[in-house]
Design a protein around this ligand. Sequence first.
Ligand code: ADE
Ligand code: ZN
Length: 338
Amino acid sequence: MSNLKKFIEGMPKAELHLHIEGSLEPELMFSLAQRNNITLPFSSVEEVRAAYEFSELQDFLDIYYQGMGVLQTEQDFYDLTWAYLTKIHSQNVIHTEIFFDPQGHTDRGIPFETVIGGIHKALQDGQSKLGISSHIIMCFLRHLSEEAALETLEQALPHKDKIIGVGLDSSELGHPPSKFERVFARAKQEGFLAVAHAGEEGPPEYVGEALDLLKIDRLDHGNRSLEDDALTQRLVSMQIALTVCPLSNYKLAGVKDMRKHPLKKMLDKNLKATINSDDPAYFGGYMNENYLAVFDALDLSKDEIMTLAKNGFNATFCNDAQKTEMLAQLESFESQWT
Ligand code: ADE
Ligand code: ZN
């Protein structure tokens, strides 16, 4: 293995774009199905993996919503989150900001409290037992109505202490950020930070709406921003970070050849790009695999790898003292590297 690959694997990292339901590995899916007496439409783990062939975002979303059906109890959400934490611990991720999709569960009759309770308990254990700090971001499903999102926001208010921000995910095309302008205004009033998926499949105009109407603090994906120079310059001058997800872009066919991934262009244009895994159980890799995929395909330098890792820490929703402390860990790792 090249030296730089070991550097990538060993360096401390932050993850900022991770759907916890997208970390459900087929093995856990089967054991939870058994525990909850649910029959899956697959007969083996291999069959599940073979079904993970997607030609666009919606293909993935259909199977992702089906998969999360095995999550029923608080213990299930705990086990899901704990499995993710132990995995990223082995990859030297020291801070993570995870999304969850409450409507994917409440619409199946699972109480909001069950979901947030299990996730939050596991994250607390992640801090005390693994030293991983974390935040929770609650996403609204954009294919559902504004009214449903407002209801979900109300359900979240008693748990404000556990949730740092709101996000927007699911089927992008045909569901522009403008649909949720009032929801995000209300969320901001309540003190939540804001992020949104935009420019993953949708046009650059959706990114503009996310900035202007949703007042986002960070942009999820944002790949298609590059089609609009003025928008790109705006993102640079606003120092808005982009949570880029290389293997997701590849698996969902936005990027057909990893050598054509826009990450290098983003860095060259001084966009604050970061590396993340999105839905690692479905797209074939956690943080290290995502870093290594772009490192190999784009021939990134050590300086570029360091820039990506620093961007990650700078773009967290942590206070300045914690950011400084995490950046110092990264620099100390680099200085000890031979
Ligand atoms: N939900 C989970 N992963 C997603 C993605 N990549 N885009 C939109 N919604 C999602
Ligand atoms: Zn995502």
